[in-house]
Each structure stands twice: as C-alpha cells, then as structure tokens.
Design a protein around this ligand. Structure first.
Ligand code: ZN
Length: 216
C-alpha cells in the first residue's frame, strides 16, 4: 500500500508489482494474494509475478491454471536458473521459455552478467512472440550490470524492433518510477520512442490488454 501511495504521489498512473515466483526465496506469500484488488483510487495496480526460468527446457515456476488474475508476467533469470552453461546454452534456454510460455509478457533484466546470452537472438525471439524486454534501472543504478551491456541490449532490441519496458525494479520507496540511470543510455543509442511500451501510461495499459488473450 505504501508503494502505491508513493507512486501516486510521484504522479504515476499505474504501478506494476511483480513478486518473485515460488522457486525463489522471498517468494509470493499470502499478502501477495490479498493484494489482488485495486486498493487505492487514482492509481492502477498492475498485478503480476516474475516467474523463474527453472530448467533448460524452458520451464517456469508459474502456477498454471490461474493465469487470469495476472496483468503482467515477467520471466526472470535468477540464481535458481541453471548457471555456468555458457552463452549458447543460455540463449537456447531463454528462447525455449519464450516459445513454450506464450502467457509471458516481459523478459526481465536479460543483461545479467552471470548469465550471458546472445542479445540479438533473444530480442528477435521476444519480438516474434510479441514480448517486451525490460530495461532495468535498478541494475545499472546499483552497478549490477554495466551501462555498455544495457546499451548492447537496447541496440539488439532496436534491430529486431523488439519492444522494451523501462522499469525501476524499485526495491525501495525512493526508487519507484525511477529511470535516471538508464535514460541517458536509451538516448545515447537513439532508441525509437515508439518501441517503449510504458512511454505513456495509456500505451502500457494497452499492452496489458493486448497480452490478456494469452492468459486464458
Ligand atoms: Zn528479477
């Protein structure tokens, strides 16, 4: 609730909250499910989850059969994703997940230093499936990935005409809605504004509705 209040104070029209899937520690709990309403007038809560990629066949830890509540589903690479396989295997694993799970909407922080992937291949697969790729402000802000890596990811998205979503990935109230660490990188690669899904709230809500047909 305090996150929504702060987001509203900052002038946002919507806020997506996407806790980690059940394969990770700190996973969704009962509070998460109690949150499945719009608790604050004047700002829309987009309900979602960041699913974990859990095996090389592309399996994710989303509780199947309960897709309808979700507005936005992310796919994340986290420490519980098989590690150390190299860029070729990692890329195949991620592409398998994109292909097998059409209900996913966004690939989160694809520029993970411990999990190298071929950005061009991933961006092309995401664009083909209609997914967006997250450009994560928090990772750059806290130096968990380099600006050069983010620029390379943006370049790949530009080439494939893959849409992106600029995300604060806020883990603290004062980071909500923040894009100050990635905005200069987006500008430096002259990323097309029309490919930024959440350049406006209206466009973001349209994306959510467009993806709803995959969540039956
Ligand atoms: Zn994540």
């Amino acid at each position: 609730m305090e996150m929504l209040t702060e987001a509203k104070r900052r002038g946002l029209a919507g806020l997506a909250i996407t806790d980690h899937g059940p394969a990770m520690k700190g996973r969704v709990n009962t509070t998460f499910f109690e949150r499945l309403i719009n608790p604050l007038d004047g700002i829309r809560l987009l309900k979602g989850m960041e699913c974990n990629l859990v095996d090389d066949q592309g399996a994710v830890d989303f509780p199947m059969g309960s897709l309808k509540w979700a507005d936005v589903l992310l796919l994340g690479i986290h420490p519980n994703t098989p590690q150390g396989l190299g860029a070729h295997a990692n890329t195949a694993m991620l592409c398998n997940a994109i292909r097998k799970n059409p209900f996913l909407d966004i690939i989160s922080h694809a520029n993970e230093p411990q999990f190298p992937v071929d950005y061009n291949v991933v961006a092309a697969a995401a664009a083909f499936a209609g997914l967006a790729i997250e450009i994560n402000n928090s990772k750059v802000l806290h130096k968990r990935c380099t600006p050069a890596d983010t620029a390379a990811l943006l370049d790949a998205c530009k080439k494939s005409r893959c849409r992106v979503i600029v995300s604060s990935d806020a883990h603290a109230l004062n980071e909500i809605g923040g894009d100050e660490s990635v905005r200069p990188i987006i500008d430096s690669v002259r990323f097309p504004e029309e490919l930024i899904v959440n350049a406006t709230a209206e466009r973001a809500f349209t994306f959510v509705e467009e993806r709803r047909k995959f969540k039956t």
